[in-house]
Write a protein that binds this ligand. Structure first.
Ligand code: CP
Length: 314
């Protein structure tokens, strides 16, 4: 058991032991989720605020459900109906939520570093639910949880991340987590979206998609993040799909047990053939399921939780 952090801001600063502590704790919570009574009292009396200033389906919903399963009270902050629209700053917004006794602020924001900033000005626990193109730590934790669950290990596996790496917070968090846990990480996509400088993070960059996926145990696809691209990074979506999209012909040349992952949302027919997204090789929805257990584990650990059986006591 190795966890003494008040916040979860990124994967870069975590040790392999801390990552494994989250994964082991999440395994316990996944088992709790299969019981008739799925709730535990670990966060009874605590208030969790989902401060999502960018859209989300999976992350926001699973943090909400995780907090409910841990018996916390949950507030879902809606940007469109908030005083952010009247010019209130993020700091003032968060401090007002804290004045209403928020114990946890889960923040998604388009600005890289927003969670780190809040962690310096709040007493509440701060959890990063995605900050700009910087990091998405709980996505990396649920991805590594899923890989370990499906393959029985992470060290020594070949993981290929294919798509828009440059603008992807998921890619950065996944690279940190996977390399710390001993996986061999390959990045592939258009050269404009996969700069060679990523090799400094301990992974390999290639622009040959067939070579990138040939020996992969895991093929992790990323969507093109138009919302963060300030200029055209490739000629057309059609050309991207032709050159880098995962289709049946490409998949046929991979290991028969290679698994397809995607953090979602999927753009069907762009980075992946619609049929493949729903095939037995895809673990995309299992990733979503595992996100709940991982987010329960994160809330539990940052709150100072140590032993899962203690969390279960009435
Ligand atoms: N994977 C992910 O972060 O999805 P959402 O944007 O729906 O939360």
């Amino acid at each position: 058991m190795s966890w003494h952090r008040k916040h979860l801001l990124d994967i870069e600063s975590l040790t392999a032991e801390e990552i494994l502590t989250v994964l082991d704790t999440a395994r316990g919570f996944k088992a709790v989720g299969k019981r008739a009574i799925k709730k535990v009292p670990a966060l009874r009396g605590k208030t969790v605020v989902n401060l999502f200033v960018e859209p989300s389906t999976r992350t926001r919903t699973s943090f909400e459900l995780a907090a409910i399963r841990l018996s916390a009270d949950v507030i879902n902050f809606t940007t469109e109906a908030s005083s952010l629209k009247k010019g209130e700053t993020l700091k003032d917004t968060a401090r007002n939520l804290e004045a209403l006794n928020a114990d946890f602020i889960i923040i998604r924001h388009s600005a890289s570093g927003a969670p780190h900033f809040l962690s310096r000005v709040l007493d509440a626990h701060v959890i990063n639910a995605g900050d700009g193109a910087h990091e998405h730590p709980t996505q990396a934790l649920l991805d590594t949880f899923t890989i370990r669950e499906k393959k029985g290990k992470i060290a020594g596996l070949n993981v290929t991340i294919l798509g828009d790496i440059l603008y992807s917070r998921v890619a950065r968090s996944d690279i940190w987590a996977l390399t710390k846990l001993g996986a061999n990480v390959t990045l592939c996509g258009p050269s404009t979206l996969v700069p060679k400088t990523f090799e400094k993070m301990g992974c390999r960059v290639t622009y040959d998609v067939d070579e990138a996926i040939r020996d992969a145990d895991i093929i992790n696809l990323l969507r093109i993040q138009h919302e963060r691209q300030r200029k055209t990074m490739f000629p057309s979506i059609g050309e991207y799909t032709q050159l880098f999209g995962l289709n049946k012909a490409r998949l046929a040349k991979t290991k028969p047990d290679a698994l397809i992952m995607h953090p979602g949302p999927i753009n069907r027919g762009v980075e992946i053939d619609s049929e493949l997204a729903d095939s037995s090789r895809s673990v995309i929805l299992e990733q979503v399921t595992n996100g709940l257990a991982v987010r329960m584990a994160v809330l539990f650990l940052v709150n100072g939780g140590k032993e899962l059986h203690a969390a279960e006591a009435p």
